[in-house]
Ligand binder design. Structure first.
Ligand code: ACM
Length: 539
């Protein structure tokens, strides 16, 4: 639990960073950079120096060189052609090559091919073969091809990521990578409630997540400070509840068409969107929008502070459940993904009995509208339906009783997403000099965020490894207002969480070498990142 009153320096920090743009958000030990630099033209990373680490790497043979006459050869299907165009879109500006995307077989360039018989590659795996004359990515499903393309871009020199003409040669080390993920769920969350982020900002973040094979994008759409998604049957949720943000700044919301645009963009990056409607707490924006949803029938004022745990829907009123059903029905209808997240965290103003009764009804509404429930792990304090999912956000200091409650839910069939706040929360400060972010879960340096194993994390409480569906890296936005700030907090820690989700256990010492090589790549893509002093970034 986030203790109350832990934000005394927040507004000072907000003032400090206002207008900082893409500048340095650290007081000491590291900064951010964008612009010139990167490895010498033509520097070739060794096969397998990829994040997340591939499952099997067999270096050998002659390197492949992408030439000016190369084509991108694709299976004759619209989806594979689209992946080919995506790859061409990455390669054309920096190489200056035409790279036509051409259906049909051929060995005159990069081949992207689906082979349904390759059962071992599963839904997301791929094989990348590189030698003097051939560069082929093979997968069973399109998602696997897409992930293989992400590996390919990391095997080319970092300058390939730039959007202006660069000098080659454009080489890929020789050998074979065969790769499948450890976990089916590899998520990242963005809080668009505390501060609002536009569709374009969200798409930009999604594009960067895709590079590291994240396949789930969780949108935290509602909180005390703002309701960010239009609901036709309750229009004041956005006109009133979406009108402001932390600190009293401008609000914002997505129309349903804009939400669909985000969902479609995520799908084009093989990412499923999980919308979150946080209930029954974190609802001050709801209680400000509709008087009748308050137990005393009086609307509350809009809230622009950063406390938690003070708001609750009125559990005894029938209209509360009309509201819940309407919202869940409308959000489910515009969400093609399997999951609907109903929050359930920090409901400190709801009694445990009321909480259990409310969450039972909210979960029933999610099931009625055809989705699988996800909730923050406090949802284990209510009866969880078989197959529903608890998202664990405790820390090393979380009470054993709370961990055991989660383990008990798992025994009854719940599954787990792991987001331990002292490892996977991207809004925690890196070190004592970090101006952005919070520190209620401690300082989370790049090494600490990598120092955990999802299958072991709750083993001592009795959670078996096979209950873990995967991992997720949440990014809360109380202190964050720009894309540069989001990126500086997310990168490079997001890469470590992505690797926890995709790869088996590796050592920090091995990882930090691969991570260092991502610096010039992030920079070439124009991504602001924290130059942690714990990593030997190349100059
Ligand atoms: C949370 O950080 N309140 C899930």
């Amino acid at each position: 639990m986030r203790p109350p009153g832990t934000f005394p320096r927040l507004f000072g920090a907000l003032l400090l960073v206002a207008g900082a743009g893409a500048g340095c958000f650290a007081g000491d030990g590291g900064g951010s950079r964008q612009g010139s630099g990167g490895p010498a033209p033509g520097a070739v990373p060794a096969l397998g120096r990829v994040v997340p680490a591939p499952a099997s790497v067999k270096p050998g043979g002659t390197l492949y060189t992408l030439g000016a006459k190369a084509a991108i050869r694709v299976d004759d299907s619209p989806e594979v052609r689209r992946i080919g165009e995506y790859l061409a879109g990455i390669l054309r500006p920096s190489t200056g090559y035409a790279l036509p995307v051409t259906p049909g077989p051929g060995t005159d360039g990069v081949q992207l091919r689906l082979r349904p018989s390759e059962r071992a590659l599963g839904e997301e795996g791929y094989r990348l073969e590189s030698s003097a004359g051939t560069l082929a990515v093979t997968a069973r499903e399109p998602a696997g091809l897409f992930h293989g393309v992400q590996t390919l871009r990391q095997l080319l020199p970092a300058a390939v990521e730039r959007r202006t003409l660069q000098t080659g040669p454009w080489t890929v080390p020789g050998g074979t990578i065969t790769d499948t993920p450890r976990y089916a769920y590899r998520g990242a969350m963005l809080d668009v409630a505390r501060h609002f982020f536009t569709v374009d900002q969200v798409k930009r973040y999604i594009d960067q997540l895709a590079v590291y094979k994240i396949n789930t994008f969780h949108l935290h759409l509602t909180d005390d400070q703002g309701w960010r998604i239009a609901v036709d049957s309750w229009p004041a949720l956005v006109t009133v509840g979406g009108s402001t943000s932390v600190g009293g700044g401008p609000g914002g919301h997505y129309t349903k068409a804009q939400y669909r645009e985000i969902v479609d963009h995520a799908a084009s990056r093989y990412m499923e969107v999980v919308p979150e409607i946080d209930l029954p707490g974190h609802t001050a924006a709801v209680l400000a929008s509709y008087a009748e949803l308050n137990c005393d029938g009086e609307a509350r004022p809009l809230y622009t502070g950063v406390d938690v745990g003070f708001s609750s829907l009125c559990v005894d009123k029938p209209v509360t459940y009309d509201f819940v059903d309407d919202v869940i029905r409308e959000i489910a209808a515009i969400t093609p993904g399997r999951y609907l997240h109903i929050g359930g965290d920090e409901a400190d103003s709801t009694s445990p009995e009321d909480y259990a009764a409310f969450m039972a009804k909210a979960q029933a509404a999610v099931a009625r509208h055809g989705k699988t429930v996800v909730g923050w792990h406090q949802i284990a304090g209510s009866e969880m339906a078989e197959g529903s999912v608890a998202q664990y956000w405790g820390t090393d200091g979380t009470e054993p009783g709370e961990r055991e409650e989660v383990a008990a839910a798992v025994k009854k069939g719940a599954r787990l997403i792991l987001s331990p706040a002292d490892r996977a929360y991207l809004d925690m400060k890196y070190d004592s000099g970090t101006q952005l972010g919070l520190k209620w879960a401690g300082l989370v340096g790049v090494d600490r965020s990598y120092d955990w194993d999802p299958s072991e994390y709750l083993a001592d409480a009795g959670v078996p490894a096979d209950a873990v569906l995967g991992v997720e890296a949440p990014l809360w936005s109380e202190t964050l207002t720009t894309s540069a700030q989001l990126e500086w907090m997310a990168f490079p820690r997001l890469l470590g969480v992505a690797e926890k989700g995709w790869s088996g256990a590796r050592s920090w010492e091995e990882y930090r070498v691969r991570l260092a090589e991502q610096g010039p790549r992030l920079e070439a893509r124009g991504v602001v990142y924290h130059r942690s002093p714990k990593v030997d970034w190349p100059e």
